[in-house]
Design a protein around this ligand. Structure first.
Ligand code: GLA
Length: 379
């Protein structure tokens, strides 16, 4: 069959499936179900995306949260590799950003203050004296408009949110579009776009907690991690960068060669002590804005491999230091200390207060446009 007739059949299938309330093509599909209501009574949905290999992602338009992600191990056995909850109620009650889209500014801004074009702005502070992950009610706690799509690469979900001028202290109406795509190459692709009507700052990220042995099964200390970065941004004790770009060589932050997360996580080292383990931003070697591998994680018991590719200059590696067994997630699993890790692609923390860091300023007429890929395979 030639490409155009193949595409016509796909399109016809999509129209038919659309009439049936879901999209499906070949083995790819996307379907929608109710996922409960917010405290204000707004109904939210859960979308299930399946690729041609049977890999499955569920995403809700509350917080644009990736609720689950099922990937095969080396024997083809599927397991959910992200932490999260089964109901929107639990996400509303308490979440350390499980699976969420985080913004308008992912990571910390010192004392919630910055100036832009000579004007001082004061943001909500929600991490002691600092601003973290967009503030008290960030992008992880709002309802997004969602549209299911069947793209050439696979099923996807397009999410829109307009963050009003002044929200959490940020200037400008920021119009945001996030596209999740689940491709037949077993990639979860996240594409971010935003425009503003006043100069503002923008640094959006994704905050999944991964455990490639299966969510809730055990800690993540045996995962072997490589980060393509020769430097990191050391922090003070409130986790704000000092401004230095410090070589990782000879420190517990050196992941240039694959190393088990647990090997040095309790090292006697000031940076490790400040973070309570790893909770730092790495300065990715690839700095030209092209797509490159930022990190690779291998879990030896399951054989699962996850690669993170991004065009962003930084990567926050957080190893679940604040998980302490008080949260119970999907399948009744208790999330204990270091049961999940996050690899948050981003610009560096507190960039608005560090003119020598890559800029996070977004101006009217410009487009914030960035892509990150979480790619799964086995070994
Ligand atoms: C980020 C931060 C951490 C922590 C988690 C959420 O990764 O860097 O310090 O706040 O989010 O618990």
């Amino acid at each position: 069959m030639n490409r155009s007739s193949h595409m016509m059949i796909r399109a016809a299938l999509a129209v038919f499936a659309c009439l049936m309330g879901s999209f499906a093509s070949a083995d790819q599909s996307i379907s929608k179900a109710a996922f409960g209501k917010t405290t204000e009574g707004t109904p939210v949905a859960l979308y299930t995306l399946v690729n041609a290999n049977g890999m499955k992602a569920t995403i809700t338009n509350y917080g644009a949260i990736l609720v689950s992600l099922e990937t095969p191990d080396r024997d083809g056995k599927m397991a959910d590799v992200t932490l999260g909850y089964e109901t929107v109620k639990e996400y509303i009650a308490e979440t350390p950003y499980f699976g969420a889209i985080v913004g308008r500014y992912g990571n910390r801004i010192a004392k919630g203050k910055f100036s832009l074009d000579g004007k001082q702005y004061t943001l909500a502070t929600n991490n002691d004296e600092n601003h973290l992950h967009g503030g008290v009610k960030g992008f992880d706690k709002v309802v997004w408009q969602a549209k299911a799509i069947l793209a050439d690469k696979g099923p996807g979900l397009v999410l829109n949110y307009v963050s009003p001028d002044g929200e959490e202290g940020y200037p400008g109406n920021l119009s945001v579009t996030i596209t999740y795509l689940l491709t037949d190459d077993n990639e979860l692709r996240i594409h971010y776009e935003a425009t503003t009507d006043k100069p503002t700052v923008c640094n959006i990220t994704h905050h999944s907690y991964f455990n490639l042995a299966g969510q809730g099964s055990r800690d993540i200390l045996g995962h072997e991690l490589m980060i393509a970065a020769k430097r990191f941004t050391p922090v003070d004790k409130t986790l704000i960068p000092t401004g230095e770009l410090r070589p990782v060589k000879g420190t517990p932050m050196d992941f240039t060669k694959p190393t088990a997360i647990g090997d040095r996580v309790n090292a006697k080292d000031e940076q490790i002590e400040f973070g309570g383990g790893y909770d730092h931003n790495w300065v990715l070697d690839n700095a030209d804005g092209s797509m490159a591998v930022a990190a690779r994680v291998y879990e030896p018991t399951s054989g699962r491999v996850m690669e993170v590719l991004t065009v962003e200059p930084g990567l926050q590696f957080y190893c679940g230091n604040f998980l302490d067994g008080t949260l119970t997630g999907k399948g009744g699993k208790v999330y204990k200390h270091r049961y999940g890790f996050c690899l948050e692609t981003q610009h560096f923390p507190d960039s608005p207060n560090h003119p020598d860091f890559p800029t996070t300023t977004l101006r009217p007429g410009e487009k914030y446009c960035t892509t990150t890929v979480y790619k799964f395979s086995t070994r």
